[in-house]
Ligand binder design. Structure first.
Ligand code: KG4
Ligand code: ZN
Length: 342
């Protein structure tokens, strides 16, 4: 079975084709340049750009896989969570294409896509495992016993980890998208100059709170900036970036250790945009190695939003006989625990 996957939930247009022997093609167009001048994603511009890019990307993916549209056996598109207008573009396109080809289609949960992305790698994780999903909109610890068998262990009570990276990067004037820029600046920072709190680690539980770290970064900047020359300001920002990154990474690692101890699993999966962070990967690798277990994460391009993860999740479900009626729906908010198991 060959499944076309379409991702349009936010600011990347991703298209891929997954077949029984693996990934056949993937194409991606990032809207970063379009939104950069506004300092964040402008939903209406995102929707319009998905409209412009989707058809050419589908054609490109088919050409890459050396397939014709009629060779497709199903279509999967992100149905939520995400920006309503952006989701409607992918859902409308995917549904219509499936109808015209006479093949089944189905809406995929974006976070399930992220969660299953490590399955695209050469050494995929085996069930059961705990997944740490860290993206721009979500921070979740999930116990995973199979495809569609998800138990939420904890989540963020305010900002998601990626959102905290982006907001802190903004106050350090690093532009958009902030996460990768902040991580790059942190490389030059002194890890001993500032110590940021590890929120919610002094009490039991697996929930997160990252909004206070951004405020901590702001007051550290406001205090440190007084009497600073240009070189001093550069150092100050780098040191804040490093202290912030260390605090997020350590907080995530503490909760991951707890989740792994609590569930007794030996594999931890890291997915979502923030899982591209090198320091986070290294810390989680160490944590799991200490416990005699292992950590799995997708290649960097499949950590952030992409079509391959949607094609894979859709292929799993369509191959199991699941599909949806033509009356399509999108779900800007959607609890992953309500998904059907396969
Ligand atoms: O999964 P994703 O592409 O989109 C959502 O589903 O939200 O995640 C995007 C998030 C952004 O907040 C971005 O700043 C963050 O992932 N991110 C990073 C890194 N690369 C992307 N955060 C920290 N370090 C990185 N290297
Ligand atoms: Zn995402």
């Amino acid at each position: 079975m060959r499944v076309l996957g379409i991702e349009t939930s936010c600011d990347e247009t991703g298209v891929a084709i997954y077949g029984d022997d693996g990934l056949l093609a993937h194409t991606l167009y990032s809207q970063v340049a379009l939104h950069a001048e506004y300092g964040g994603v402008v939903p209406e511009l995102a929707s319009r750009d998905h409209v412009r890019k989707l058809a050419p990307l589908v054609r490109q993916a088919l050409a890459e896989a050396d397939l014709a549209p009629a060779d497709l056996d199903g279509v999967a598109y992100t149905a939520g969570p995400g920006l309503a207008g952006a989701l409607l573009v992918g859902a409308g396109f995917g549904r219509s294409l499936a109808w015209s080809l006479g093949v089944p289609a189905l809406g995929v949960h974006h976070m399930e896509g992220h969660l299953l992305a490590p399955m695209l790698e050469a050494d995929p994780p085996a069930f059961p495992f705990v997944a740490l999903l860290v993206s721009g909109g979500h921070t979740q610890l999930v116990e995973v016993t199979g495809v569609g068998r998800y138990r939420l262990l904890g989540g963020s009570v305010d900002d998601a980890a990626g959102e905290a990276f982006d907001k802190t990067a903004k106050l350090l004037q690093l532009g958009y998208p902030g996460g990768p820029a902040l991580a790059a600046l942190a490389e030059q920072g002194d890890p001993t100059r500032f110590s940021f709190p590890r929120p919610m680690t002094d009490r039991p539980g697996l929930d997160f709170s990252f909004s206070g770290l951004k405020t901590f970064a702001l007051t550290t900047l406001q205090t440190g900036v007084k009497g600073c020359d240009e070189a001093g300001l550069r150092r100050l920002k780098a040191d804040i970036a490093r202290a912030f990154e260390d605090a997020v990474v350590e907080t995530l690692a503490i909760k991951c250790r707890r989740a792994v101890e609590h569930t007794g699993v030996s594999t931890l999966v890291l997915a979502g945009g923030v899982s591209a962070n090198k320091r986070l990967r290294a810390r989680i690798d160490d944590l799991m190695a200490e416990r005699g277990g292992s950590a799995c994460y997708p290649r960097p391009v499949f950590c952030t939003d992409n079509g391959a993860m949607i094609a894979y999740a859709g292929w799993q479900r369509l191959a199991a006989g699941q599909y949806e009626s033509l009356a399509f729906d999108i779900k800007p908010r959607w609890d992953m625990q309500t998904l059907a198991a396969i």
